[in-house]
Design a protein around this ligand. Structure first.
Ligand SMILES: [Zn+2]
Length: 127
């Protein structure tokens, strides 16, 4: 399969540097141009953004391994969303209560996102 590349002018949304980028898209959206500029720019903020995207890709693999095929996918999607918001510094932490027996705490610690599952064991016996 042959993929043609098109040259576009893109501007880094962080530092404003204009540059030429190659994309396999003839009419890219503003978001696609920004993303290409971020990948190509050497400024500090663009570097940080690329690093966060890489962290998120790694986190996604871990979460898929933790909440894999035996779940219906909703929980996995929710946790991915929470981790994404933590990585992009929109929230600091979140706690998901699943019924009253199980909870999942997600927070950032030492530059890593921690996912902690807590099972509340309460055993009552009637005699
Ligand atoms: Zn830049």
């Amino acid at each position: 399969m042959h993929t043609e590349n098109y040259t576009h002018l893109a501007v880094c949304p962080y530092c404003g540097q204009a540059m030429q980028v190659e994309l396999p898209i003839e009419f890219p959206s503003r978001e696609e141009l920004d993303a290409a500029a971020i990948r190509n720019c050497n400024c500090f903020e663009a570097g940080r953004r690329v690093e966060k995207e890489k962290r998120l890709m790694d986190a996604k693999q871990t979460i898929e391994a933790m909440y894999g095929l035996d779940e219906d996918g909703d929980l996995r999607e929710l946790i991915l969303q929470v981790v994404s918001m933590i990585v992009y510094e929109k929230i600091e932490s979140a706690k998901v209560n699943i019924g009253y027996r199980k909870s999942i705490s997600i927070r950032e610690k030492n530059g890593r996102v921690q996912i902690t599952e807590t099972q509340r064991q309460s055993v009552t016996e009637e005699v």
